[in-house]
Design a protein around this ligand. Sequence first.
Ligand SMILES: CC(=O)N[C@H]1[C@@H](OP(=O)(O)OP(=O)(O)OC[C@H]2O[C@@H](n3ccc(=O)[nH]c3=O)[C@H](O)[C@@H]2O)O[C@H](CO)[C@@H](O)[C@@H]1O
Ligand SMILES: C=C(OP(=O)(O)O)C(=O)O
Length: 433
Amino acid sequence: MEKIIVRGGKRLSGTVKVEGAKNAVLPVIAATLLASEGKSVIHDVPALSDVYTISEVLRCLNAEVTIGENQVTVDASRELNVEAPFEYVRKMRASVLVMGPLLARKGRARVALPGGCAIGSRPIDQHLKGFEAMGATVKIGNGFIDAEVKGKLRGTKIYLDFPSVGATENIMMAAVLAEGTTIIENCAKEPEIVDLANFLNAMGAKVRGAGTGTIRIEGVTKLYGAEHTVIPDRIEAGTFMVAAAITGGNVLVQGAVPEHLTSLIAKLEEMGVTIIEEENGLRVIGPEKLKAVDIKTMPHPGFPTDMQSQMMALLLKAEGTSMVTETVFENRFMHVEEFRRMNGDIKIEGRSVIINGPCKLQGAEVTATDLRAAAALILAGLAAEGYTRVTELKHLDRGYVRFHEKLAALGADIERVNDEAEVVMPQVTDVNL
Ligand SMILES: CC(=O)N[C@H]1[C@@H](OP(=O)(O)OP(=O)(O)OC[C@H]2O[C@@H](n3ccc(=O)[nH]c3=O)[C@H](O)[C@@H]2O)O[C@H](CO)[C@@H](O)[C@@H]1O
Ligand SMILES: C=C(OP(=O)(O)O)C(=O)O
């Protein structure tokens, strides 16, 4: 079994470069299906397992996908298939993002039902409500969602009950080739939505208002392959910002975009972390003592749920009582039990978690329950006494490129091993964190 072994106690310093954003590149690759002519070339593509999964989905749909170094080229000009099997959807929920493009281009999409996952039930009713409002008939049966439209989708007004990122993206992609104008109200405002809109517009679409609560899309008759560079990953950037803070380090996070990180920057500053905007990124300097704060996850520009577990690791080291409330996903606290195994004084109360810090974290064998939990446990390991071993690295590989190597380059005592290769470790060593 593969695991990451981290020995806490090192202050991180140096520069780390942020990759292209996973949550931007997945919808952008799905959107390449909309081009019936020309190739799309996507730059700054991170080498993540999710990128390989979405590429496999596209190949299944008969698109030609070439993966190069940080670059993906897609030719979707051939006749497309319409079915995305469970094999891929199970691995990665973002596979449902091919529905909008397929409905727009082929008038039909058949996608396996995603099912539940470690952070909550994650229904897609808002995506389907949007497609139906545009004239599609949606049927669910035998583990599949079948959506079909006679003729073309028709533009209309769609109000989302919740500003869902995926629903906004899927409906946007369906609407770009629809007849007439589509207006999505109460839509998501995440930077990844703006990135997708920019790519769609480069393909010849007419999307306005991305980044605000209302998006307006005028349908066009045809889209063309285009070139696009994805935005930097704000969650990876945020994870390294926490790594600097939790070790009392001094790290330049190169490529971090301050405007994408306002809520995280505000909370870190409230905790006593120094953050300096430099020309090509953010310098993060951890204080001697961290202060407790309360956090509530919200849709953008609120505090991102994808930074909740990493921030929880940091709050374990802060002086005082902190409360973290999760409002986006109903079950995103699986990492709490793992933190307790590391001697965290932390408990769940309904949709909130109460942390009494500072905790004297101890290294332990812990299991990553989802992608961000994996990163959070490694972060906690950086500040724990002795050795922390983190297993289930398939989650980490979905969203972080060479995470342990990047941390090691900043001075962390960390390695990734196979059980067979693991050397015998001394039990506990003294550290001063
Ligand atoms: C690939 C990608 O970009 N993933 C991100 C995306 O996921 P994703 O697009 O799945 O997240 P959503 O914004 O859609 O989900 C937010 C909430 O809305 C609910 N919901 C969503 C759709 C729907 O039709 N019905 C419904 O009830 C979900 O169950 C969840 O409770 O945004 C999340 C929220 O910022 C992030 O954590 C994920 O990292
Ligand atoms: C929850 C996440 O991703 P996904 O929606 O792909 O599961 C994430 O990036 O933290």
